[in-house]
Design a protein around this ligand. Sequence first.
Ligand SMILES: [Zn+2]
Length: 270
Amino acid sequence: MRLLFSMRWLLAAIALIIAAAAITVSRTHQPRRLAPLVADFSVGGAAPALSGATLPALTGTLRISVAPQALPASASLDAITAELYTALAYVSARTGTTPAGPITVQILADPQCALHGAAYTQSREVHVTTCAAIPPARAVNILAHEFVHQLAHDSYGDSHLRSDPILLEGWATWGAGHYWLGQHATFRDFLGGEAPLPLVANHLGRPAAEMNTLYYQWASFVEYLLVTYGRDAFDQLYRSGNSTPGSADYQGVYGIDLATLEAAWREWLR
Ligand SMILES: [Zn+2]
């Protein structure tokens, strides 16, 4: 009887431990709220042909066109132009790069209301695809990231076109700063210790949420490299990739391989 009584307590204790573990697992697996971004890709090829139905608003560095139905009817083109200049000035200061020439901005309408960005850095053109139901500020957030791709090409030259995607997208996301951080001060803060995906991963073809997670992880890794080893070494690293994730010469630049750097970054995140 006494043994049975003890067994009951033991089983109850085990059940409690399992329940606590299940709660912990469900808490750690809760998706973090991400900033309002959906997807992005950066390509070096030619921009696709556009329909002629755009409204140009040319001002200095930025040559902005807005397609019909791309923005809410209440949106002011002057206000969006001012916001895009503010975004360009911000990312330019944050990355220490000034544009090497004018940048064409195409604000396009997506019939499915999907938010996407693209940078055609050889032709100095950035696109955002949005729709009238999406607040224009979200398109500006995307374009801040695309501007950094253009500035990266301006800064690193053609080596930008074959850079390691970890650095290419990490730099564009880090460079967009508060446009992607919301109320968080740093990408380390944003991640809050959670980095569920490996750094060496392909971002293309992933669901938007996973792609976003990867971009934030890569931005945080870039932040770690900048804080730990400085900008000059980062610049050297950025130029050394060959288009595949993990291809930059981490060992040559830092004397440390990527797996060891990733482990150190994950420790730094905690
Ligand atoms: Zn990008």
